[in-house]
Design a binder for this molecule. Structure first.
Ligand code: NDP
Length: 333
């Protein structure tokens, strides 16, 4: 077989994101490569092994998955499954002695997130969440401008992320048991992340409300959620997540100016400006940068900047938002 460089990654769950983004990104990575696959769909085995030159011994299904413990080709397991399955496969991967990247949102509850963190810690393995935007230059500029108070103290933030859902009405994203929630879990975590890394602060309270215009489609999960978050510095963030509106925005208004990404969370085509002018940074492959950084952290034995604890905090905030929708009151995070 072909000689490959860096740590071996096995993708678990060969759906849209694994096939459309992660596998192509793994053709560009320098510190890691696509070494194996785990799939419940036999037909995908041949398609993927032909396309990416994956040897039969590195192909697993959900029943044989634990045997990955005996496979030295696999260093990292990347969990790209429906959200409710993240916990089980992260824990099984850690028990098999592998480092783990788990996709966002981390899990369906903060209790599950904590179990995942504990399992990886007990196994002496690193856990990272697929927060690709921490490696993306436009979003990194928002972190710099906000955290270093380049335009002074931030007073107000706006973050919106959503799309008009037109997919399969039976997809896992619309099932509470598999998705944990709707637009808030899937799209809203980017807004929560955005305001957290722009301020460098943790929200104290949230106040939220839900809107449902297509109840026949969103029977089990939230469609559109509006929420406000208050930060210790006094900054207030107004956010919106939706499966029924096209939004993609992250903005901060500070004492001496503003800064904004108008394509904030996408895989490419990022765009932004400040009150001083247009931002101009390179467009990079975010997933390749994210996975290369994690592989480098493992080799260098240094912590990842996007650990399980960061995913846990986002789910704690999501839970506070759902509590606020239910109570109609402001809730502590
Ligand atoms: P898909 O539905 O496209 O793929 C999920 C895959 O999981 C399926 O193809 C299947 O793979 C496997 N699977 C196993 N059991 C089930 C089940 N009961 N129902 C459905 N699928 C099952 O989802 P996505 O790829 O869009 O999302 C996967 C994860 O990645 C989610 O956590 C999502 O939030 C995250 N994601 C992250 C993005 C980012 O930008 N960071 C972007 C998009 C998604 P197989 O046939 O191989 O078993």
């Amino acid at each position: 077989s072909q000689k490959k460089n860096g740590l071996g990654i096995a993708l678990v769950g060969l759906g849209g994101y694994a096939g459309g983004q992660l596998a192509p990104a793994l053709q560009q990575t320098k510190n890691c490569y696509l070494a194996g696959i785990v799939t419940g769909t036999p037909a995908k085995e041949k398609i993927w092994s032909d396309k990416y030159n994956i040897p039969q011994k590195n192909i697993y299904n959900y029943e044989t998955f634990d045997k990955i413990a005996d496979n030295p080709d696999i260093d990292i397991v990347y969990v790209v499954l429906p959200v409710a399955m993240h916990k089980e496969y992260t824990i099984r991967a850690a028990k098999a002695g592998k480092h783990v990247i788990c996709e966002k949102p981390m899990a369906v509850s903060s209790a599950d997130c904590q179990e995942m963190i504990d399992a990886c810690k007990n196994a002496g393995k690193m856990l990272s969440i697929g927060y690709r935007l921490h490696f993306e230059p436009y979003n990194m500029e928002m972190m710099r401008l906000g955290q270093q108070k380049v335009f002074g103290k931030i007073q107000k933030l706006d973050a919106k992320n959503g799309f008009v859902y037109g997919g399969d009405p039976n997809a896992w994203r619309l099932k509470k048991a598999l998705a944990g929630g709707g637009g808030l879990m899937d799209m809203g975590v980017y807004c929560i992340q955005g305001v957290r890394y722009t301020t460098g602060e943790e929200p104290l309270t949230v106040k939220a409300r839900e809107e449902k215009l297509r109840p026949e489609l969103f029977k089990e999960v939230d469609e559109t959620v509006y929420w406000e978050m208050k930060f210790p510095s006094g900054a207030i963030a107004r956010c919106k997540s939706s499966y029924n509106a096209n939004d993609n925005n992250l903005r901060a208004d500070a004492e001496n100016g503003w800064f904004e990404l108008s394509e904030a969370y996408r895989y490419g085509g990022m765009a932004g400006a400040t009150s001083k002018g247009k931002m101009d940074f390179p467009q990079i492959n975010q997933q390749a940068a994210q996975m290369d950084d994690f592989a480098n952290c493992i080799v260098q034995k240094k912590p990842t900047i996007v650990p399980g604890e960061m995913g846990l905090q986002d789910i704690k905030i999501v839970e506070a938002i759902y509590r606020s929708i239910a109570s109609g009151k402001e809730e502590n995070v």
